[in-house]
Design a protein around this ligand. Structure first.
Ligand SMILES: Nc1nc2c(ncn2[C@@H]2O[C@H](COP(=O)(O)OP(=O)(O)OP(=O)(O)O)[C@@H](O)[C@H]2O)c(=O)[nH]1
Ligand SMILES: [Mg+2]
Length: 197
């Protein structure tokens, strides 16, 4: 995909606010602070278009980024952030669930996990949830710049084991600062939105 144009067209909290133009969509989900907004910035080749922060809980709405009048990347609020209130957590849960279960144009979900650690129980729940709805999934192990390459294979096995990884899905290593892996992520997105360039 050659990104020519990017527009944040909507920050939505409920279904009636989702864009209605019917373009195919890929969602990015993962724990708070794992690097979803950073991945979006790498994918669109902008340093700070999607807002990032070292404090978890930065993205609190479903942000629809329209690419080239062709498709959307959707930045989903992070889960598993302990310091938000129970009520807020429930509200986020509902917002994400409503999105994942009702959105007809959603073609696949990119789930980010921290490549340095074993996936958390929240990561496993999210992955299994998306499996249940038969959404094609790409697992992206991110922050790989923080661990030596000699450990990558071992990390991949342990992540897949913990998630009960489905062989139909795909897996990519990624690093935002090194800009590593973004082409593989785009290839997967293109294949799942059936774009040719
Ligand atoms: N070393 C390293 N740091 C990263 C990478 N990706 C993201 N970060 C850092 O991790 C922090 C969180 O990144 P964000 O992209 O804001 O994370 P997010 O998943 O969007 O977080 P929420 O919006 O809070 O859910 C920031 O300080 C980023 O600079 C990476 O690949 N490597
Ligand atoms: Mg974010």
């Amino acid at each position: 995909m050659k990104v020519q144009q990017v527009k944040l067209v909507m920050s939505a909290v409920s279904a009636k606010q989702y864009p209605s133009d019917g373009y195919p969509e890929i969602a990015l989900a993962g724990r708070s602070n794992v690097g979803k907004s950073s991945l979006i910035n790498r994918l669109i080749n902008r340093n700070r278009y999607a807002r990032t922060s070292s404090t978890p809980g930065k993205t609190q709405t479903l942000n629809f980024y329209q690419i080239n009048d062709e498709m959307y990347l959707v930045d989903v609020p992070g889960y598993g952030y302990a310091r938000v209130s129970k009520a807020d957590r429930a509200k986020f849960g509902e917002m994400i669930e409503e999105y994942l279960t009702t959105r007809k144009t959603l073609k696949g979900v990119v789930i980010l996990v921290d490549g340095r650690h074993e996936p958390t129980d929240d990561d496993v729940s999210m992955y299994q949830y998306v499996q249940y709805y038969h959404l094609p999934t790409l697992v992206v192990a991110t922050k790989m710049d923080k661990i030596p390459r000699s450990k990558w294979n071992k990390q991949e096995s342990s992540i897949k084991k913990k998630l009960q990884f489905n062989q139909k899905d795909d897996f990519v290593f990624f690093s935002a600062p090194k800009n590593f892996g973004q082409e593989a992520v785009w290839n997967w997105i293109d294949a799942h939105t059936q774009l040719t360039n």
